[in-house]
Ligand binder design. Sequence first.
Ligand SMILES: *[C@@H]1O[C@H](CO)[C@@H](O)[C@H](O)[C@H]1NC(C)=O
Ligand SMILES: *[C@@H]1O[C@H](CO)[C@@H](O)[C@H](O)[C@H]1NC(C)=O
Ligand SMILES: *[C@@H]1O[C@H](CO)[C@@H](O)[C@H](O)[C@H]1NC(C)=O
Ligand SMILES: [Mn+2]
Length: 339
Amino acid sequence: LCPEEAFVTLATCDSYAKGAMVLGQSLRDHHTTRKLVALLGPHVTEEAIKSIFDEVCVVNLIDSEDKANLALMKRPDLGVTFTKLHCWTLTQYSKCVFMDADTMVLSNIDELFEREELSAAPDPGWPDCFNSGVFVFKPSVETHEKLLTFCSENGSFDGGDQGVLNSYFDTWATADISKHLPFTYNLSSIAIYSYLPAFKQYGHNAKVVHFLGQVKPWNYSYDTQKGEVKGHSVSQQPGQLHPDYLLLWWQLYAKSVAPLLQKAYGNVPFHSGFVEVILYHSSTCTDHEQTSHPAAPAAPEPPKLSSEERKKRWEAGQIDYLGDDSFANIERKLDTFLK
Ligand SMILES: *[C@@H]1O[C@H](CO)[C@@H](O)[C@H](O)[C@H]1NC(C)=O
Ligand SMILES: *[C@@H]1O[C@H](CO)[C@@H](O)[C@H](O)[C@H]1NC(C)=O
Ligand SMILES: *[C@@H]1O[C@H](CO)[C@@H](O)[C@H](O)[C@H]1NC(C)=O
Ligand SMILES: [Mn+2]
């Protein structure tokens, strides 16, 4: 047993919390000997997560240590990224493996702890970058502070943690091949169709599935009676999640996660009704991942809304964080009250 090492994941909203629980349970089912740690955004309900994870850590950057808070004030758009970087402060562990909440393990992967910081698998979209969905790191207050400074000074080239981490650990592509994790740790469930020959060759060795892209397993529903995922077309199209892995995710969810949620919340649907306030970016509920699919053309500018219409939307929880309701505008408004 190695109590000083841990798998770490992050859930910034309730749907990612479901993903985190499936991931945690998949690690347990494959008999990991390491600790399981979940970092939660400030509005995520902790109750059920505690029964799978050894340690649950609520990250509220707004009233956190100065450095993280200052970084957030400077770059409110990178709120989720700063929350993820918080994993470097887990110095009670000597080494950790970070895994996105939209991943699931298919076998025991404890051997990853033999690797050094920063080990990760290449990104399918741009192989000179690593994919930040699974990586090995060494907690350190010093590294954390450097990452925060780096991030608030230089921003992120993709708007998320993958951009920041690739710029900071910029020798990954060339310096040390032992930091490149093999294909089987980065099997993206979309890419399987684009790489079908490779999948046929190596797929049986798959260790981690990463449900990359906009649509996540929790966007589907599941018929417990029939044991079928609903709303997933059987025809295999690129951009779709692999039906076998999607089914596996739901089977794990139905067997081990749903009963915990039922116990903690009864028949009330699992949703804490959280509305994120001011400092958090509208896309908290995402991991900003890049996929190899070309980006959709930018949406046309939405028409200007009347003040009345904006108020309605705000009250309905549709907050335009980047536009009219952005932090800068809210700050300006607050200033007029305070002066
Ligand atoms: C910003 O990026 C440059 C180039 O990668 C780097 O040299 C510099 O140290 C970074 N700034 C901070 C504050 O880390
Ligand atoms: C990581 O996954 C992508 C496809 O999902 C693949 O193209 C890439 O080669 C993989 N990395 C390695 C090291 O095999
Ligand atoms: C998937 O579900 C999440 C959380 O419920 C939601 O924010 C997101 O918009 C959904 N995505 C799609 C493509 O339906
Ligand atoms: Mn992801």
